[in-house]
Design a protein around this ligand. Sequence first.
Ligand code: HEC
Ligand code: HEC
Length: 491
Amino acid sequence: MKPGLGRGWWLLALPLALGTLGFGADDSVPWPLGTSPTELDLVEWVAAEHIVADRERFEEFLEAAEVGEDTEHITVRQEDIDAGYFSLERLFLFGDAAFTHEFRRLDGYGRSELPRIHRVHDGHTGGLDTFSCAGCHQQGGVNGSGAKTASALYFADGVHASSAVVRNPPNVLGLGLVQKLGAEMTTLLRYARDGALAEAALSGAPVTVPLEAKGVTFGVIVARPDGTVETSKVEGVDPDLEVKPFGWKGHTARLRRFAERAALVHFGIQSHVLALGYQAKPDPSLGPGPQWWDPDNDGVQQELSEGTLTAYALYMEQLEVPIALPPSDEGLRERAAYGSALFRDIGCATCHQESLSLIDASWYERSDTTEGAPVLVGLLTDGEHPRGGSNVRIFSDLKRHHMGERLADPHDDPDGIGRDVFLTRPLWGLAESAPYLHDGRAQTIGEAVAAHGGEAQSAADLFSALSEDDRVNIQLYLLSLSRMPRLRVPQ
Ligand code: HEC
Ligand code: HEC
């Protein structure tokens, strides 16, 4: 697992020795951490960062002298990936460059009209919001969450911020594991459904089965002998039983699809895969066409090659995983450990499940349109060496819940998920992700919990009934959920 490099960031991952934490110290992911770096390590790391910074400075000069140079660094042909021309490390670097790349006109930034930043989105089509992924995902370091000002104002009338569905950017760390957990849950749920269908066909009578994956229940499904299923009692997941762990509402299952959507909405950059889809069926949200190879009619074709989508996905799949950093003060550490017990006692962990077990930590990144062999990534190693499963300390059940009127969006959105329905937000990395909640309305953990309603009402009530000290104990526990500290060297 790697830290993102980022352009112009002098940030070093600094693994810390934590010894026994008093809680959570086992061989789960992300526990335990490595050992303290020696002075020699630090010297080497700083030297390595100097080299990276020098290279980046040179690239900036080069880009000024030969416009388009930077774009070449992020354009990857899927056919070349399929042919095995690139190592995983190289694809990670392509993804890193793409994450920090500032899209502009020559890349196809914007749509047919003159590109302009327009934070209050207009219907489906979106901003434009800014120029790079890192422009929003940068709190607490590159690949981080977003400040309140980086919130996106989706599905609005183009004028009034109050008409928008507001979303604050989460960080993009550990997402390879999240994607794989979701995919394994999907397989388990569909396995139960298919088993029930087979049984119903055999017995000639409807079969009702409870849906459960990794200890999380998703209601029940009724399989009928004619091969259809009744899904009205399915909970927390779409009727197709695909667990979609990304986005505050849990609307997307694959990182390559998320990157594609982000580039489209925030930059007006259309992936080759979307353009191919346009060929089959024009989609007004992509633009007026009329040519399939340039749906937004801005004169640029192949704005985002399919290989670049693969690089984005492989990059995020290999990024560092959030870690636990309990307070170093012994008294506070004890309080945090006590807070962890309270967190379970009052029912927070029914949704924010502290760990989900991963069966297999390898991932095959498949292309959408070519026949090449998928790229294999080891999610818990340096990428090259897959290993078995693990407990992933994610603090989520990856299930959607009704959260009550206070948290509800102002209106429905095109994903068709209820206004007050949100996916249990994974709490790992929490300490570096303020402001909290889907719209970034909460400045503190206490405020975030106070806004919980609906299915979380009783846990929120129990939280508010605790003594002030105990509420702080829970917060100390949650503030231990952080990310690799980074050494920041001023430029
Ligand atoms: C305008 C700010 C902004 C920019 C630019 C941006 N994002 Fe995001 N990102 C967000 C917001 C807001 C969300 C939450 C969206 C939601 O819930 O639907 C998000 C969510 C994500 C997620 C899902 C994380 C999770 O845990 O659910 C991924 C992955 C992601 N972004 C990747 C990218 C990539 C890749 C790019 C560049 C192509 C990018 N983002 C550019 C604001 C931004
Ligand atoms: C019914 C399921 C459920 C229960 C129970 C629950 N939560 Fe949540 N939690 C969620 C969901 C869903 C979100 C995202 C809501 C949103 O953004 O609108 C969330 C968000 C949060 C956040 C903000 C995360 C972020 O990154 O912004 C914190 C902190 C939090 N919960 C803590 C708690 C604590 C502490 C408890 C126990 C008192 C608790 N939750 C109980 C479902 C639950």
